[in-house]
Write a protein that binds this ligand. Structure first.
Ligand code: SF4
Ligand code: SF4
Length: 334
């Protein structure tokens, strides 16, 4: 494993960290095995969120007894002071710890929303108070909007930023550079583009090649993925690999699902990212039979969409999910 300093926090983190979204589907034994493998491979930075349902609790149980070997990052989407004080207390309980290494404002959607968190009754004030008390060691911010991170960097009040960065989504590269120059730690979310790129290990190598990136946090839900992703930290990216990944990224465009799960739950019970994953396997990975079989095992599929539009309001990428599901239905529904 390769380690890097997370900006002004001063903590030394593995360049491949752990994203805590996918473990929501797993049981405690599976998560324990994954965390054991992470520690064995040298991963020491784990990112989760209040919003990832059972993720904090599962990780907290796995971490118990070895807290000193681990840096925990979590986050909350609340925006007012009292709610943040309450959420940090819940995080501490779920994670079975008495301090959080990095607490982040989660998915701030606009500069106005950021301003709200910075007011006297805002969420940032709660984190600042908890930092003074030693409960929260460092404060960060996550967003999908460039203008939010720009503004956050201007305020100089955050020790880390977290933003999407992968071979397909490179629009934020300048933010990583700007943060790096200010000694703000940089965390890449969705580093393998939600599995949309065929060569996941190559995709990870691609962004680890960026000198302004401190740590990438791919979501992992199997021991095999932990091994594969950890190895990427020690492997150089060849010119041929780089060109091939850039070609695939150009073909993929921007209208694709990153599997963040923010659109869930669907009131009709459709596992929306799973629909697009199966479509990707069918159209890009050339695993047609396998994709059909997996699709057939879903209780609810694209044909059950009631067009309520909830998911489109929640998708940070503003994807035309309903139209995209129609396409999935056209492929598998016949
Ligand atoms: S538009 Fe369809 S997929 Fe989206 S939340 Fe509504 S029913 Fe579910
Ligand atoms: S459709 Fe949008 S919100 Fe839902 S998982 Fe994909 S990228 Fe995330």
């Amino acid at each position: 494993m390769v380690y890097s300093t997370l900006g002004r926090t001063g903590i030394k983190v593995s360049r491949v960290g752990f994203g805590g979204i996918p473990i929501q589907q797993l049981n405690q034994n599976n998560v324990d095995a994954i965390i054991d493998k992470c520690l064995e491979m040298g991963i020491n930075f784990f990112d989760t969120a209040r919003g990832y349902t059972v993720s904090e609790g599962l990780l907290g149980n796995s971490f118990y007894g070895r807290r000193k070997d681990i840096y925990i990052a979590t986050k909350s989407g609340v925006r007012d002071r009292d709610s943040m004080l309450r959420d940090v207390e819940i995080s501490l309980k779920e994670l079975r710890t008495d301090y959080i290494d990095l607490y982040q404002l989660h998915n701030v959607g606009s500069p106005e929303e950021l301003n709200r968190t910075l007011r006297d009754d805002g969420a940032y004030k709660a984190l600042r108070q908890l930092k003074d008390e030693g409960v929260v060691k460092h404060i960060g911010i996550t967003s999908h909007k460039e203008e939010v991170i720009e503004k956050a960097l201007e305020t100089d009040m955050f020790e880390t930023i977290q933003f999407p960065l992968n071979v397909v989504e490179r629009q934020g590269e300048y933010l990583f550079e700007r943060a790096y120059e200010k000694n703000v730690g940089t965390i890449a979310m969705k580093p393998i583009a939600g599995g949309a790129i065929r060569d996941a290990q190559g995709a990870l190598k691609f962004i680890l090649d960026n000198p302004h990136l401190t740590v990438a946090i791919p979501g992992m839900d199997s021991v095999e993925q932990v091994i594969q992703n950890s190895q990427a930290a020690n492997m150089p990216l060849t010119k041929e690999e780089k060109e091939s990944l850039e070609k695939e990224a150009r073909e993929l465009g921007q209208t694709f699902c990153r599997r963040c799960g923010y659109c869930l739950p669907c009131p009709e019970g459709i596992d929306i990212p799973m629909m697009f994953l199966m479509e990707g396997y069918y159209t890009r990975y050339d695993l047609k039979d396998w994709a059909r079989e997996r699709y057939a095992t879903q209780d609810k599929n694209a044909s059950h969409c009631a067009k309520c539009g909830n998911c489109e309001e929640l998708c940070p990428y503003e994807l035309p999910i309903m139209d995209m599901l129609d396409k999935v239905d056209a492929i598998f529904g016949s």
